[in-house]
Design a protein around this ligand. Sequence first.
Ligand code: NAD
Length: 349
Amino acid sequence: MIINHETLRTFAARLVAAGGSTPSEVAIVTDHLVEANLRGHDSHGVGMLVAYVRDFEAGTLHPNQKPEIVSDTGTISVWDARAGYGQVIARQAVEWAINTAREHGVAVNGLRNAHHIGRVGTYGEIAARAGMVSLHFVNVASGPPPVAPFRGKQGRFLTNPVCIAIPGTTANEPILLDFATSRVAMGKVRVAHNAGKPMLDGALLDHDGKPTTNPGVMYAEDRGVVLPFGEHKGSGLALICEILAGAIVGSASVSTNTPPERGIINGMLSIVIDPARLNNHDSMMAEIDSMIAWVKSAAPADPSLPVLIAGEPERIARADRIANGIEIDETTWTQLTDIAQRYQIAVPG
Ligand code: NAD
């Protein structure tokens, strides 16, 4: 199914609205999901609505939730999202951090218990657009953990993403590093499983700890595991995300609080820095441009695969998908249209 992004937006908005969200919540959540599809991250696109509908029907996702401000000492705040839409409350928390960093140079926000905040790069993009450097460490609590620690064959983490964003210059777009600490995001395993496609090598072990490319092992009764990226390094970063966004922020943690009936809960530690407090603006921008040019000047090992800067693949995907449409796999489309039928929502033809 190839669908135009505007048509998908209209359809997705009706599905979000079925949960009773206000028009502004519908707009933020829908925009976040469709923009994830446009950037090539189908794992965090409209396919997530299957889980969101499941969760608002089960009462584990609370539409139109207001965050509780647990503490605010001026430059450090802790918010509890009380299982409200992460896309809405994480955005508000990052906007608070941007405004605070503009005034004080730096701001730290601990966000507890948000329902799925989605593609973390969204928040890095918002901060970068405001001229801020930002770092985001996220943990996930949502049922049995699928990601094994280095050398393990049993899951101990979820996909605990990290995002670091650097503002753009007049010559270059922002640098946006945004990835799961697992070799692949779980949503990508779901997308491959739904599409009947194999996963890349080195991403999965079966129940016996043997390497496999079959995404089905994550849906079998004797479940396999997803590996961390970069062996001990990714495994270490996954642990740090869990501790920063779980233990230190005070959000639900994988070791103590993962009943699946809680839906998908994210904690996030965000650090937003006004770079103008650290260095002269013009020389900093010139150095960023020089560094990007230097990295991109490396001859590619394979001439058909140029060296890219983090954030570029998403911009390339976005231009392509705006022009040519977004491909939604058959299983995801059937799941979404089934929900639409239950809520008497028109399905695009
Ligand atoms: P990924 O493996 O596609 O990596 C994406 C990052 O790598 C981006 O910064 C991208 O620009 C960069 N990149 C990709 N190819 C590149 C290349 N050739 N050269 C240079 N840079 C390149 O992403 P992922 O790990 O599958 O994560 C996908 C999304 O899932 C992310 O947006 C992440 O925030 C999100 N996520 C969210 C949660 C959650 O609980 N909310 C959990 C896990 C992941």
